[in-house]
Design a protein around this ligand. Sequence first.
Ligand code: SDX
Length: 388
Amino acid sequence: GKGLFTYDPGFVSTAACESKITYIDGDQGILLHGGYPIEQLADKSDYLEVCYLLLNGELPTAEQKKEFVHIIKNHTMVHEQMSHFFNGFRRDAHPMAIMVACVGALSAFYHDSLDINDAHHREVCAFRLIAKMPTLAAMSYKYSIGQPFMYPRNDLGYAENFLHMMFGTPCEEYKPNPVLAKAMDRIFVLHADHEQNASTSTVRLAGSSGANPFACISSGIAALWGPAHGGANEAVLTMLEEIGDESNIAEFVERAKDPEDPFRLMGFGHRVYRNFDPRAKVMKATCDQVLKELGIENEPLLKIAKRLEQIALEDPYFVERKLYPNVDFYSGIILKAIGIPTSMFTVIFALARTIGWISHWSEFHSSPNRIGRPRQLYTGSKKRDYPA
Ligand code: SDX
């Protein structure tokens, strides 16, 4: 308001935004979706039910859930011409590059639901994205290994269907291990939404210009790709493999503490959590459960990860800076145990976070809004004349 300090309402509207979807208390390590703690959702719910909750703000009744699952199942195939995009990529293209391209290209196929001011169109786009991300993700993996694309199967659950499209072949049906399928679904739940993180803020800002939802989600995938954000899960595995043996941990911890060394302990720290990331706790328990199920509790990488966590939680450098393991620290070990290659880890994060992105995008367009316009603090040259 007017007075000693005037402010530009436009600045306020871009600097912070209101949302009903997710609440985080970084000091207490609290994460709520529609008021429900992430620990309870991870334990009792499943990914498609959490998708319904994030889109609608309420858990579905049994009837609503049945209808929602039916709708999603009927959108899981992509237009057959989408497969031609893949032929333009080298076989060794990073799957995130393929996802940025293909998800953005979906807007070229679905002209019938691109009116961002029509609530039904917004809902159809959400259904299509939730349903098609696993299909496109699995296609990006199959393309990289020279195997044929697998069509989605409507008799399988969401996570089971994804694993079927990843590991099934026309020659042999993939029979998902229920423990691994449940772990996959739980990883999707734990990554579903996280308030105004870098990629979600990117999607909201892109959405504020009126860009179509598929282009906005593609911008979220691009922002998530960075190793400081969603790319961290891939970077954690690369770091653990580089450490190679518990005897090398101390050297890497010292490097992470050295301000001159750009190396950071991947999977540690967070912009908001100054306490344990509640998702990391669930991820750690799931990791133990999966490796026990597979009889590989002594997986060397898990031992290095646990030793690293113990050292980091005792070392004054990390304790003083409140650096705890985050959601990415254990997820990669589970994904590796399921058989998913490191190059696909961030694609899994993008697949799971799509519901968060599209829920925030829909929320933004469900009420009067203005284009986002972050302001700057100018630190450049003062006004001056061109030399005579
Ligand atoms: C995600 O925003 C979200 O919600 C993101 C996310 C989501 O669900 O969307 O939660 C997902 O992105 C999780 C974060 C994944 N990234 C990583 O694991 C990469 C490693 N982490 C760091 O790059 C870092 O911790 C960030 C990027 C996550 C946070 O960066 P900040 O906020 O700049 O770190 P900070 O302010 O907490 O740092 C305080 C100090 C600094 O040292 P000083 O200048 O005080 O001496 O801690 C240091 C930092 O240098 N520090 C680290 C460190 N993280 C911060 N030192 C060593 N190793 C680390 N991992």
